[in-house]
Write a protein that binds this ligand. Structure first.
Ligand SMILES: Cc1cc2nc3c(=O)[nH]c(=O)nc-3n(C[C@H](O)[C@H](O)[C@H](O)COP(=O)(O)OP(=O)(O)OC[C@H]3O[C@@H](n4cnc5c(N)ncnc54)[C@H](O)[C@@H]3O)c2cc1C
Ligand SMILES: NC(=O)c1ccc[n+]([C@@H]2O[C@H](COP(=O)([O-])OP(=O)(O)OC[C@H]3O[C@@H](n4cnc5c(N)ncnc54)[C@H](O)[C@@H]3O)[C@@H](O)[C@H]2O)c1
Length: 456
């Protein structure tokens, strides 16, 4: 059956930016149609297969006791992950179903048939939609590696590994980005024997050496084996598992996770038909207002090639919403000090310049750095029994403002937001150092680390 409709705003993909924009614009009385290809993905990547389920698993892994049977414990952890995700998926649907002006089309793939004209196909049903404005929010998909055996049944991506069965006593992970590191730390805590295959000279190459070394030590103490210069050339079935051939020797495992990045999801969208330009990395090309090359078409979230973070996608929505329903002045260029966190145990929070980036930028700066275990004024890690890590600040020698920070410590995912705010507001290192902070908290590190003699 073919139906047609016209809508003011068409959102393709139920990502963070798109769902937020749909709710805001619908509540403002504008007619919105949101198309999502899969019922399993209502609410998008973050809540169904990305941030939230993985952090639920990280938490479960952290609280596992040494004598818990790994396989049985993992099954229980996955069950509680699934219960949580089902609830969030349903809550996301309810959030938009309750907005009268929003029409939801779930279970059909959208493809452009002309400028601002889309066909949605789901089974034998078709829906032709024309729109005044189109917002592309199709996300990203896991990149694969082009080696023999990479499509084998025991080779997983970040989605399927969350339900891996049987539990892998030995897990090999190809890649060393946030996905690889988070799963390495998590599976080691679940009781797997984890080998991480990094194809470069060291993990976290964009970070300072002392920061990367701090993470390496924490992972090592969890039992993660890191092989560097390990280019995977083949994945083969073997009698005792699956064998990865690498330039530095073979690795045998029960399961493999390939985590070598995520590519913007543009396949099959018919972007050429819509006059939407795609760049060399497969991303939809946008300007700072997230406008594509086609008039009236915007791209938000991972698909536009920006940082792949949920909160960046959320900010993308603010930029487009401001054009559809506001001053239109909000821009990507306004972003200052956007923090990140890799949810290791303990997590690594990062914001601003690293030491080597500050040096390359020709800045005059001081470095304040201290190992977490040596920070007497911060008992919080000791109360949690997790004293790995390092806290490092790069401070402008002329203005005393924070240029950047690396926070490898418990609670880093919170503390990094405070430091980011300090950077945005021009709060000085001395003000942070002399601040009154609750006790026992991780923020107290500021009282001590920023007192240490700054090394120029
Ligand atoms: C394992 C993992 C862990 C992560 N952890 C974190 C974290 O801790 N913190 C963080 O900030 N970020 C994290 N991320 C990244 C974060 O999940 C993404 O940056 C974010 O979800 C991107 O959202 P989005 O708005 O681009 O769209 P998405 O949420 O990806 O939504 C896109 C939607 O579009 C749908 N779609 C695609 N094509 C079509 C089509 N043709 N027709 C209809 N629908 C379509 C898809 O099914 C999907 O539901 C993680 C990612 C992964 C994979
Ligand atoms: N906590 C978070 O905020 C969080 C968590 C998970 C994912 N994410 C986002 O999801 C996106 C995807 O993450 P990711 O870790 O998959 O990708 P990534 O692009 O961040 O890292 C991929 C890593 O794989 C390595 N690599 C590439 N090809 C390889 C090969 N053939 N062999 C071995 N290594 C190879 C790269 O050098 C890189 O270190 C990232 O942009 C990230 O920001 C964020």
């Amino acid at each position: 059956m073919t139906e047609s409709l016209h809508t003011e705003i068409l959102v393709i993909g139920w990502g963070k930016a798109g769902k937020t924009l749909a709710g805001v614009m619908g509540r403002a009385g504008r007619s919105v149609t949101l198309v999502e290809q899969s019922t399993d993905m209502v609410g998008g990547t973050c809540i169904n297969i990305g941030c939230v389920p993985t952090k639920a698993l990280v938490h479960q892994a952290d609280v596992r006791r040494e004598d818990d049977d790994p396989a049985a414990y993992f099954r229980g952890a996955v069950q509680s992950r699934d219960i949580l995700i089902d609830k969030l998926n349903a809550a996301n649907r309810e959030m938009l179903e309750s907005v009268d002006q929003v029409r939801l089309v779930v279970g059909g793939r959208a493809e452009f048939t002309g400028p601002k004209q889309v066909r949605v196909t789901g089974g034998s049903d078709e829906l032709d939609i024309t729109a005044d404005a189109v917002v592309l929010n199709t996300g990203a998909v896991p990149r694969t590696i082009d080696v023999p055996g990479a499509d084998g049944p025991r080779v997983h991506d970040s989605t399927s590994i969350q339900h891996v069965d049987p539990f892998p006593a030995r897990l090999a992970i190809v890649g060393a980005g946030p996905v690889a590191l988070e799963f390495a730390s998590m599976f080691a805590q679940f009781g797997s024997d984890v080998t991480l295959l990094e194809h470069g000279a060291r993990i976290l190459r964009i970070e300072d050496e002392d920061v990367a070394e701090s993470v390496r030590q924490a992972l090592g103490d969890q039992g993660v084996r890191i092989l560097t210069q390990a280019q995977t050339t083949a994945i083969e079935d073997a009698a005792d598992g699956v064998r990865l051939r690498t330039g530095v020797g073979d690795v045998t495992a029960d399961a493999v996770l390939v985590a070598v990045g995520r590519l913007p999801a543009t396949e099959g969208l018919g972007l050429g038909t819509a006059g939407v330009e795609v760049g060399q990395r497969g991303e939809v090309v946008v300007d700072d207002l997230l406008r594509t090359s086609a008039e009236g078409v915007w791209a938000v979230g991972d698909v536009n090639g920006g940082p792949q973070q949920t909160y960046v996608s959320l900010d993308d929505h603010r930029i487009v919403t401001s054009q559809l329903n506001g001053s239109g002045r909000r821009s990507r260029a306004d972003r200052i000090a956007v923090p990140t966190t890799i949810f290791l145990t303990p997590p690594l929070g990062r914001v601003g310049l690293s030491e080597h980036e500050a040096r390359e930028a020709g800045k005059a700066f001081h470095v304040h750095v201290k190992a977490v275990g040596e920070i007497a004024a911060m008992p919080r890690p000791r109360t949690l029994g997790e004293t790995h890590g390092l806290i490092k600040f790069v401070v402008d020698a002329d203005t005393d403002e924070i240029l950047g920070a690396a926070l490898h410590t418990v609670d880093a995912q919170e503390l990094v937001n405070l430091v980011a705010l300090a950077m945005r507001t021009g709060t000085t290192a001395a003000q942070l150092r002399d601040g009154i902070w609750t006790h026992p908290s991780t923020t107290e590190a500021l009282n001590e680390v920023l007192v240490t003699p700054g090394v120029s």
